[in-house]
Ligand binder design. Sequence first.
Ligand SMILES: [Cu+2]
Length: 155
Amino acid sequence: MKAQSRRFPRFTMVLVAAAAALTLAACGGSDQAAPAAEATETAPAAPATGTHDGHSAGSGAAVEMRLIQFRPELLEVAPGTEVTWTQNDAGFHTVTSGTVAPDGGGVTGNADGKFASGRLATGQTFKFSFAEAGVYPYFCEIHPATMTGEVRAGA
Ligand SMILES: [Cu+2]
């Protein structure tokens, strides 16, 4: 007797719970579908943007100095490649290996001595062969705040 009287309310509560679960599942399901799809799309896209194939497209091992910029700023080459910098601005630039660090309101170039062109006048070129694989940052000693570049040799 008592068992039946308890079973009925339990049964209705199950139905209500099931209906509520279906309602929640219907609402939640549609909301979760979009983020799940985005997550699967961004996962394979991340490594694609992580590569630098776009920069290495012009891997003709040539860098131009123009409008107070190294172009391209990032050059990827195979180890052993000779890179040629051409100075196409008025005035002078240098190609000096090393890094640039903030220093008060300006910057300070820290040459590492791996290569240095000295002052290049308009039309002059500088060549350097990157025999060993590695990452080689460089800058212009005259315009260190705005002229920085990097050669990645097999790295
Ligand atoms: Cu310069």
